[in-house]
Design a protein around this ligand. Structure first.
Ligand SMILES: NC(=O)c1ccc[n+]([C@@H]2O[C@H](COP(=O)([O-])OP(=O)(O)OC[C@H]3O[C@@H](n4cnc5c(N)ncnc54)[C@H](OP(=O)(O)O)[C@@H]3O)[C@@H](O)[C@H]2O)c1
Length: 344
């Protein structure tokens, strides 16, 4: 299969190159950029010298038409919404890493993203690409809206409890932390070394754009849900997300029963690992497509703590995007994704 990557100068694009370069069924046909067109890939990414011998191409649809079976748009929200209508006129399947096609309600998108919503028909047709939960829909999809990084960690952690009604939804609190690559390659004050190094910051309190995405999926699983509390923090590390999630139990339970439930749900999912014997750290999924989950139950407070960790650029973005590509093209979902985490 031939793949095109738009936004290939960014972190999500660079990670797609890393994965697809060694994917046995894929050839990277073209890489696209607005700022570096005509320049070789290594000029932007020296680690690709003599490995990826392609120049960055224009992003216009004519440059992709007929040359790619799959197009990844690793572009910012507000950009993908403008690019994708043209791409849908080609024969290629499209996987978008931005938030532009995730939120079904246009008013909600505009409120949280502060941008005009995408074409309503395309939003309606787009399949939310949480690979573990929407395999059947992803198989049929022309356009996949790849989930957000925080949303992936939070939803995989919460899914069994919400779907089975084991927790009081009004009590759910998601406390999430991310490495700085989550902010993308574009320089910003918040990601500037003197600002983030030796620092630990909360940001977008009650305003993060992944809130409606998480609520949308929780409502799909558990019926009408109350709003959730979701906090995001920046940690001075390159990659990794840890979501620590708290919820009050709705029925009598024990840690053993909780793990039995999670095993029932996830044992056939290669990329979700249950960490019964020790709580996971972000380093243990670094560079891999795994989501590691551990649980605790406090009998004094009747509260469950769920810890869910991912690599934000892998399972949180490009890894899951390739997992979705595999599903869309009828390949084994693990193909080209069996990296072990980089350790230490
Ligand atoms: N980083 C993460 O952990 C992560 C996780 C999940 C999802 N995402 C999502 O994935 C997307 C890419 O994120 P990223 O971290 O890779 O961001 P990034 O490092 O800032 O890269 C963004 C890319 O978009 C391109 N771009 C910017 N403006 C453009 C425009 N007007 N037209 C066409 N291309 C444009 C840029 O390339 P040129 O300027 O060269 O064109 C760049 O290659 C975003 O929507 C982000 O929210 C990121």
């Amino acid at each position: 299969m031939k793949a095109a990557i738009i936004g290939a100068t960014g972190y999500g694009g660079a990670e797609l190159i890393r994965i697809l370069h060694q994917h046995p069924e894929v050839q990277i046909a073209s890489i696209h950029s607005t700022s570096r067109q005509g320049n070789p890939a290594y000029a932007s990414y020296p680690h690709l010298q003599d490995v990826l011998c392609l120049d960055f191409d224009d992003i216009a649809t004519e440059h992709i038409m007929g040359t790619a079976d799959v197009v990844f748009t690793a572009t910012p929200s507000g950009v993908s919404s403008k690019l994708i209508p043209g791409l849908m006129k080609t024969d290629a399947k499209v996987i978008d890493l931005s938030g532009d096609f995730r939120i079904k309600n246009p008013e909600s998108y505009e409120m949280w993203y502060k941008k005009p919503a995408s074409d309503p028909q395309l939003v309606n047709d787009a399949v939310y690409g949480l690979s573990e939960w929407y395999q059947a829909d992803i198989q049929q999809a022309r356009l996949v809206a790849n989930p957000g990084c925080y949303a992936t960690a939070a939803l995989l952690g919460l899914a069994p409890l919400i779907q089975k009604g084991w927790v009081d939804p009004a009590s759910v609190i998601i406390d999430a932390k991310s490495g700085v690559s989550g902010a993308g390659r574009t320089q910003s004050a918040v990601a500037h070394f003197p600002e983030m190094n030796d620092n630990f910051k909360i940001y977008k309190v009650n305003q993060h754009q992944h809130i409606p995405e998480i609520e949308q999926v929780l409502s799909r699983w558990g019926g009408q849900m109350p709003p959730i509390t979701f906090s995001t923090h920046l940690v001075p590390m390159t990659r990794g997300i840890m979501a620590t999630i708290y919820a009050n139990v709705a029925k009598e339970t024990s840690l053993k029963q909780l793990y039995e439930l999670y095993h029932q749900v996830y044992d056939n999912n290669y990329f979700v690992r249950l960490r019964e014997h020790n709580f996971p750290g972000t380093k243990e999924v670094y560079g891999s497509n795994f989501c590691d989950i551990a649980l605790a139950f406090d009998e004094r407070t009747n509260r469950i703590t769920i810890v869910s960790v991912i690599d934000n650029i892998m399972k949180g973005a490009s890894g899951q995007a390739v997992q979705n590509m595999n599903i869309m093209f009828g390949l084994c979902e693990k193909t080209g994704l069996e990296f072990l985490p980089v350790y230490p």
